[in-house]
Design a protein around this ligand. Structure first.
Ligand SMILES: [Zn+2]
Length: 246
């Protein structure tokens, strides 16, 4: 029983300090874990024997273990549910680069003020440009649904994906589409091919990450395929270029 109690205590501690913390659940109060089992005469039939004392003590201790195990099981059920939701969230949020760019040579221009290639004035560039030859594969950066696959004047052929959890991504100046509006995609699916359509000066992909309706810096959303060192280099490269391609 002592061994079981020790193991149980270890499980409770890791549950409260690690699992419940990661998945943003409140720790279970000690009072709930330690609370006894109700009923005044619960052990009445164990009284009046020569060895009643040890039998009673054992019965009470076992009941307490049973109760703690039950609470722990309930807690794990709750954690499993929370993990499921997080798994879906982690698969949906944009987390890779939209084209193959392992050596980062295709990072052309990042977030911030840039000289616009056509207007020749400084404009805020709300995305990231990747230079690549026409026909290069473009990937969906997270699971989601294609809510736009159309031609527009500025963006040229453009795709908008809704990832849920407040996230959308845009892919612009595409040569051609590989998906239709309404189609569900998973991270890494080839959704289109790089092009030079719309207001663009050379074949490239213009990529945007949108959170709750606001465009945000995509550089923070490549955590699945960049090491910390590569991430630092990407920041430097995307800051260096003074001109965007659109
Ligand atoms: Zn751009």
């Amino acid at each position: 029983m002592e061994l079981i109690e020790n193991e149980l205590e270890f499980l409770q501690k890791t549950d409260d300090n690690i699992y419940r913390t990661i998945f943003e659940a409140e720790p279970i109060p000690n009072s709930r874990r330690e609370s006894g089992i109700g009923g005044i005469n619960r052990y009445a039939d164990l009284e009046g024997f020569d060895n009643s004392e040890i039998v009673l003590e054992t019965a009470k201790r076992l009941d307490k273990i049973k109760k703690k195990l039950y609470i722990q099981t309930k807690s794990f059920d709750e954690i499993i549910e929370l993990t499921k939701n997080k798994e879906d969230m982690l698969a949906s949020v944009p987390a890779i680069q939209p084209i193959a760019n392992k050596d980062l040579r295709r990072t052309a221009s990042g977030w911030g003020y840039r000289v616009h290639p056509i207007y020749k004035i400084r404009l805020f560039h709300y995305g990231m440009d990747f230079t690549a030859p026409t026909g290069t594969e473009v990937f969906s950066t997270g699971n989601g649904t294609v809510i736009e696959a159309r031609r527009s004047r500025g963006f040229g052929n453009t795709i908008l994906i809704d990832h849920g959890y407040g996230y959308k991504t845009r892919y612009a100046h595409l040569n051609s589409f590989n998906v239709r509006k309404g189609q569900e995609v998973i991270r890494g699916d080839v959704i289109a091919f790089v092009g030079n359509t719309g207001r663009s000066t050379a074949p490239h992909l213009h990529y945007e990450v949108i959170r709750n309706g606001k465009k945000i810096n995509p550089v923070n959303y490549y955590f699945n395929d960049l090491s910390p060192e590569e991430y630092d280099r990407m920041i430097v490269l995307s800051m260096k270029s003074g001109q965007s391609f659109d």
